[in-house]
Write a protein that binds this ligand. Structure first.
Ligand code: SAM
Length: 191
C-alpha cells in the first residue's frame, strides 16, 4: 500500500456519516442496488441497510463501480426488524412514497440521524412499512410518468442530504467514534 493510497482512504473515512443511511425494501435488481451503493459512497454513507426478498445476500454488478467494497450493507431478516434496529439507534426513518400527503423531500432536516426508506421497483414501499416510518416524503413529479427509477430517487434525496450536511460542516471532522474509525480503517486498509 502506497502512502498516497493510505492518505486517500483516511480522507474518505473522515467524511463518512454514520448517521445517514438508506433502507431498501425489496430493491432486488442488481443494477439498482449497485447504483444506490455508488451514490451512498459519494455522499459518505458508512452502512446501508436492506431487506432482501430472496433471503439471500443481495448481488451487485459493475454498476457499483466497486463501491460495494466501501459501503457496508447490513441485510435484515424483515423490514420490521430493520426499522426497529434503526429507530433504536436514533434514526428518523422517512419512507419515500408517491402520496398526496407526503412531504416534499426538501423539507426534511437531513442533518439529524436519518434513514431514507426506498421501495421495490414495481410496488414501492408497502402500506404496513409506511405505517412504521416517521413519515412519507416525495420528489415532486411534474411530467407524464408517475415515478423515478429507484436509484435516481435515492440520488436526488441523498444529494440534498449531502448539501445540507456540507452547509452544516458535518464533513469537516471525523464523525465516527475513535474505536469504530480504527476498526473500519483496518478493514479498508486490507481491501
Ligand atoms: N408504483 C410504485 C409506487 O407507487 O411507489 C413505483 C415504485 S418506484 C419505481 C420505486 C421506488 O423509487 C419507490 O418505492 C421510491 O422509493 C422511489 N421513488 C420513485 N419516484 C419517487 C418520487 N417521485 N418520490 C419519492 N420516491 C420515489
Amino acid at each position: 500500500m502506497t502512502e498516497a493510497r493510505r492518505r486517500r482512504i483516511e480522507e474518505v473515512l473522515r467524511r463518512r456519516q454514520p448517521d445517514l443511511t438508506v433502507l431498501l425494501e425489496n430493491v432486488h435488481k442488481p443494477h439498482n442496488l449497485s447504483a444506490i451503493l455508488r451514490t451512498c459512497d459519494a455522499v459518505g454513507i458508512l452502512e446501508a441497510h436492506a431487506v432482501n426478498p430472496t433471503g439471500g445476500v443481495p448481488t451487485f454488478n459493475e454498476t457499483s463501480g466497486g463501491s460495494h467494497k466501501w459501503v457496508y450493507l447490513r441485510v435484515h431478516p424483515s423490514i420490521q426488524e430493520a426499522i426497529s434496529f434503526l429507530k433504536e439507534k436514533g434514526f428518523r426513518v422517512y419512507a419515500t412514497a408517491l402520496r398526496e400527503d407526503a412531504l416534499d423531500f426538501r423539507e426534511v432536516d437531513y442533518t439529524q440521524p436519518t434513514a431514507i426508506l426506498l421501495g421495490a421497483e414495481k410496488w414501492g414501499v408497502s402500506e404496513e412499512t409506511l405505517a412504521l416510518s416517521h413519515g412519507a416524503i416525495k420528489i415532486p413529479m411534474l411530467g407524464m410518468v408517475q415515478s423515478l427509477n429507484v436509484s435516481v430517487a435515492a440520488a436526488v434525496i441523498l444529494f440534498e442530504a449531502q448539501r445540507q450536511r456540507l452547509k452544516a460542516g458535518l464533513y469537516e471532522h471525523p464523525r465516527l467514534d475513535p474505536e469504530l474509525y480504527q476498526r473500519v480503517l483496518e478493514d479498508w486498509l486490507r481491501k
